[in-house]
Design a protein around this ligand. Structure first.
Ligand code: HEC
Ligand code: HEC
Length: 168
């Protein structure tokens, strides 16, 4: 019995050790907030690996059917910020860790909501709750995750418009 308790405690410590911080790191860069947070919420860099950010940044003239091009100086600064704070460099954060581990080595995701971890986590939500006017699409994290700005995406902080609290 005692060894069982010890074993359980030890595994809990080992499991927690792979990531000791909740959610993802918050956005700290003011230029990023201004330029990449004007059309939508400023997604935390820790939600994608650097190769995905680089791919997205290489095609800002056709950014999801909009033009999001930047002045050269701003572009360089933002790319640098995204690369330095990308998911694989923030593996101590639970969500960054899970996102990175879900992506195959040979794959470069097109967006956050297209990463295997995000697809899996949102699979059980009714389609009409996602496409409704108040949400529009999975890209709109802040429509459902009340603490998204703080980098916290826990289940207890979810409130879906015209549905309410998420219950499993
Ligand atoms: C002119 C408006 C505009 C600007 C500026 C803009 N975006 Fe976007 N962004 C969009 C639109 C529109 C979408 C697609 C939303 C959808 O799926 O309909 C999008 C989607 C995204 C997504 C994918 C979200 C998901 O579903 O996973 C990311 C990541 C993103 N943008 C990052 C950025 C970054 C980084 C910048 C700054 C360099 C930026 N955006 C600037 C309009 C913009
Ligand atoms: C339509 C509302 C909605 C939108 C939009 C949405 N989510 Fe979610 N999200 C949910 C719900 C509901 C769950 C819980 C699903 C479950 O447990 O089956 C969830 C789960 C998650 C989880 C896992 C939470 C956990 O405790 O396991 C993460 C991380 C997450 N979402 C991040 C995001 C990000 C980042 C975005 C934007 C790119 C986003 N979500 C957009 C509703 C949404």
């Amino acid at each position: 019995m005692r060894s069982l308790i010890l074993f359980t405690a030890l595994s809990a410590i080992l499991l927690a050790g792979s990531y000791e911080k909740k959610g993802v790191a918050v956005v700290t860069d003011e230029l990023y907030k201004k330029e990449c947070g004007s059309c939508h919420f400023a997604y935390q860099p820790g939600l994608l690996p650097s190769n995905a950010w680089e791919k997205m940044m290489s095609n800002l003239q056709n950014h999801f059917d909009t033009d999001a091009t930047l002045a050269k100086e701003d572009f360089d600064a933002i790319l640098d910020y995204l690369s330095k704070n990308s998911a694989e460099k923030a593996m101590e954060y639970k969500r960054s860790n899970k996102i990175v581990k879900s992506i195959k080595r040979t794959e470069v995701p097109e967006s956050i909501s297209k990463t295997p971890y995000m697809i899996k986590k949102h699979r059980e939500i009714r389609e009409d709750l996602i496409t409704q006017d108040e949400v529009k699409g999975l890209f709109n994290c802040t429509a459902c995750h009340t603490t998204a700005q703080k980098g916290i995406y826990s289940e207890r902080d979810i409130l879906i418009p015209n549905y309410g609290r998420w219950e499993d």
